[in-house]
Design a protein around this ligand. Structure first.
Ligand SMILES: Nc1ncnc2c1ncn2[C@@H]1O[C@H](COP(=O)(O)OP(=O)(O)OP(=O)(O)O)[C@@H](O)[C@H]1O
Ligand SMILES: [Mg+2]
Length: 254
């Protein structure tokens, strides 16, 4: 029954939202721009506290859990993920700063996220600063940054985080990278509770459970097949996107 507003005189973004996350499984959240998906993630990561209702983790009110302890449990890649003007290695290591010197684990996380090929092309490898403002530094493309941010999350998981939240993890990945990402994602996150927000149905449909957010509430929830059969909001959005892809494919063929 979670409600949330950003300031006392602004409208409720979440209104009596009920949501169970599948422990050890994946939950996808879909909804239109501004539906409150990122806001929900910020509450889960405890960057904000609910203004009404509560979030319960393993029977405990999250508000009673030490925020720092909880944040070590949760690996989040935000939509506007952080781009630190640090080396590639430190950008990944920020996922678990206490373990920055575990180079082998950093390399594994990079490989899982497909960031290893990005790093291989840097003049000084993982030691290269990811900013042009530094001598020998390099700027990355959006998709390359996204792989680094994903590697950061994988590193956090390798070091003990049990909840993985990805807000638009594949928005900037090309089609092949997106497919690769999911093969790796499913292999690495078997024991992890994951939450994925995406506008891409190729991403969403693989989740154990899909939740549709509208006007600050969960309006539909189920598997891809269940929601398509339901013929509601999800089915509409899916049909719209499928039609658009078909149109584009037809245009290309002409
Ligand atoms: N820091 C903030 N202060 C005030 N209002 C905010 C803030 N961040 C978001 N909002 C408002 O909250 C609402 C929900 O935003 P949110 O970012 O959660 O949507 P979203 O579902 O993630 O959308 P998108 O698909 O575009 O990422 C929007 O109306 C937005 O204007
Ligand atoms: Mg968002």
């Amino acid at each position: 029954d979670v409600s949330f507003r950003y300031s006392p005189d602004s409208p409720d973004i979440l209104r009596g939202l009920d949501l169970d996350l599948v422990v050890g499984g994946s939950t996808a959240i879909v909804g239109l721009n501004g539906a409150g998906k990122t806001t929900l993630v910020k509450l889960l990561a405890r960057l904000y506290e609910p203004t009404g209702g509560r979030i319960v983790v393993d029977g405990r009110d999250l508000a009673q859990v030490d925020a720092r302890d909880w944040q070590r449990q949760v690996a989040v890649v935000f939509q506007d993920y952080n781009r630190y003007q640090f080396s590639a290695a430190d950008n990944i290591g920020m996922g678990a700063p206490a373990h920055l010197d575990d180079i082998a684990a950093l390399e594994r996380a990079a490989a899982q996220a497909g960031a290893d090929t990005v790093i291989d092309h840097l003049p000084d490898g993982a030691r290269t600063v990811l900013s042009r403002e530094y001598a020998g530094g390099r700027e990355l493309s959006g998709g390359q940054w996204q792989r680094i941010a994903l590697a950061r999350a994988y590193f956090a998981i390798a070091k003990g985080a049990s909840v993985l939240v990805l807000d638009e993890p594949t928005a900037q990945l090309d089609v092949r990278a997106e497919a690769e990402f999911f093969d790796r994602f499913l292999a690495t996150t078997a024991a992890v509770t994951s939450v994925v927000i995406s506008h891409r149905f190729s991403t969403v449909r693989r989740a154990d459970r899909i939740v549709v957010l509208e006007h600050g509430r969960v309006v539909e929830s189920g598997s891809h097949d269940e929601l398509v059969a339901l013929g509601g909001r999800y089915a509409d959005m899916f049909a719209l996107q499928a039609r658009r892809f078909q149109d584009e494919a037809t245009k290309e063929a002409l």
